[in-house]
Write a protein that binds this ligand. Structure first.
Ligand SMILES: *Cc1c(COP(=O)(O)O)cnc(C)c1O
Length: 495
């Protein structure tokens, strides 16, 4: 009963949720998945009047059967009691004819906080006596959210890699100013995909494991970890029940979710919510100009051999959407040999093609589109001037593709996931809504507030005055050595 999780690339693997959380991903390179949802469901009628934490406990109990009720309760309470700036955790706002699910009220003002405030709690209950070094590749938001989640943990240290010059000024300051006695941050000369694939390689490196000895193990805080993904299922249920309470829908009515997408973690969590019984019509997968997924949805060919664009929605500048592997697993009815074959092709040739049937299965649940940089700015401007709602550039991607979809079918209410505070990306937002632009980001922050009246989240207002504690810039090929050095320093420190 407890050994439920398997690997997307080998269905002989059977491990518990705790082990899956501790290990991050499978030795065969696959990701851990919950194989079938037949016996699980969440009764949406029961959600009415439950608060966020209660719904979180319901979801976690379904998917983490080896955690006791007490453990789940403690984890959820510790994660969400005081670190968000609203009791709702993820409030829902009506704008024009759609609903915005605001996921940026946590300590770092990005949706990653929802997963990364809870993951460290789950990890705490999953590790044995060993220390753990968490390795995280970030396109900007995961890094700071993970640092905040794990900093000063007892048995856990964390190292974050981000693309040098590939994140916004605010994001860079947030990471570089992180304190805590167990945090490491390095910029790498490369892009997010380089950081992510090297982290995966390091986690899979048997010789490194030997060199590090048995006092410490390595794990991951990226959305390849189920402990990061499962917390994200919660807000899909929460937003649905808010719409019911606000008399926008009746229990059982279908809704769409529009999701700004990079690594496919957020939208996959939505798909898992649907497997648990949430009535969803379509998931609208919204990409920026790195539109590998849009092409896939149109052709069945996933091809990363293309130029990499640095866009104004940098947290989505990704060509290999890791969690898409999980969708391939589910949509091929758990055909792990097939998934393994596709993933090998992706590694070797940078591309693969799926069967027509598999593509059709995916299209049943998902619609996909993308937004250019110009369209992002137009969307921010339009939504602000028409409805006085201020969006960040990632949310604007979701908005644009949602509007595209509504032209085809507007029969269901749509919930747009807002993934970051506009104040994390002040350049772009100022470009879209202000007449005269300073080239000083702090000034822009103040100007945006003065013009819109939207309050600046405290953590972002303060970031300018904090000392810079992390300055390392390293070559992408030196990541393994860097990890080794930091692990050794950490062990030395803590012994
Ligand atoms: C990470 C991130 C995304 C993409 O989410 P995935 O789970 O990687 O698809 C979108 N917007 C923002 C602001 C993010 O930080």
């Amino acid at each position: 009963m407890n050994n439920l999780y398997t690997s997307t690339r080998n269905d002989q693997v059977k491990i518990s949720a705790k082990e899956a959380i501790r290990r991050g991903f499978s030795d065969d390179g696959g990701l851990y998945v919950f194989p079938n949802f037949n016996d699980l469901s969440i009764n949406i009628e029961e959600l009415t009047n439950k608060n966020y934490q209660d719904i979180a406990k319901l979801v976690l109990r379904q998917l983490l059967p080896d955690f006791s009720d007490q453990e789940i309760s403690n984890c959820v309470n510790d994660a969400y009691s005081s670190s968000f700036d609203t009791d709702e955790i993820t409030p829902v706002t009506k704008v024009d004819n759609f609903h915005v699910l605001e996921l940026f009220h946590g300590p770092t003002s990005a949706f990653k906080d929802v997963g990364l405030q809870l993951l460290p709690q789950l990890m705490k209950h999953s590790i044995a006596d060993k220390r753990v070094m968490i390795l995280t590749a970030t396109s900007g938001d995961t890094g700071k959210a993970a640092l905040e989640g794990f900093k000063n943990s007892d048995k856990i240290a964390i190292t974050v890699f981000y693309p040098h010059n590939g994140v916004s000024k605010v994001q860079q300051l947030q990471m570089a100013s992180t304190n805590g006695n167990n945090t490491e941050v390095a910029a790498i000369e490369g892009n997010f995909d380089d950081a992510q694939s090297n982290v995966k390689k390091i986690l899979n490196d048997a010789s490194l494991k030997k060199e590090l000895g048995d006092k410490i193990s390595l794990s991951s805080a990226n959305s390849i970890n189920i402990g990061r993904l499962i917390p994200q299922i919660v807000y899909y249920f929460y937003s649905y029940k808010k719409l019911v309470e606000n008399k926008q829908i009746h229990n059982g009515d279908k809704v769409n979710f529009s999701v700004p997408t990079g690594n496919f973690g957020d939208v996959l969590a939505g798909y898992l919510a649907k497997q648990l019984g949430l009535p969803v019509n379509k998931f609208i997968v919204a990409s920026n100009e790195n539109n590998v997924l849009t092409d896939f949805f149109n052709s069945g060919i996933y091809d990363r051999n293309r130029p990499f664009f640095k866009t104004v929605a940098p947290s989505m500048d990704i060509q290999i959407s890791s969690n898409f592997e999980r969708l391939l697993y589910y949509k091929s009815n758990g055909d792990t040999e097939y998934v393994k074959k596709l993933m090998n092709q992706l590694e070797k040739n940078g591309k693969y093609q799926v069967s027509d049937q598999l593509l059709k299965n995916i299209q049943d649940d998902f619609y996909c589109g993308y937004s250019t940089d110009d369209e992002i700015k137009e969307s921010i401007k339009e939504v602000y001037s028409d409805y006085k709602y201020l969006m960040d550039p990632h949310t604007a991607v979701g908005y644009k593709v949602m509007r595209d979809y509504q032209k085809i079918d507007d029969s269901c209410p749509t919930i747009l996931l807002s993934t970051a505070s506009p104040y994390k990306f002040v350049n772009v937002v100022a470009d879209a809504i202000l007449e005269n632009n300073s080239d000083d980001d702090l000034q822009l922050m103040k100007d945006i507030q003065k013009n819109t009246g939207v309050p600046i989240p405290q953590n972002l207002a303060r970031v300018w005055d904090l000392p810079i504690l992390h300055k390392d810039v390293i070559k992408k090929d030196d990541m393994r050595e860097y990890v080794k050095m930091k692990v050794e320093a950490d062990l030395y420190d803590k012994n």
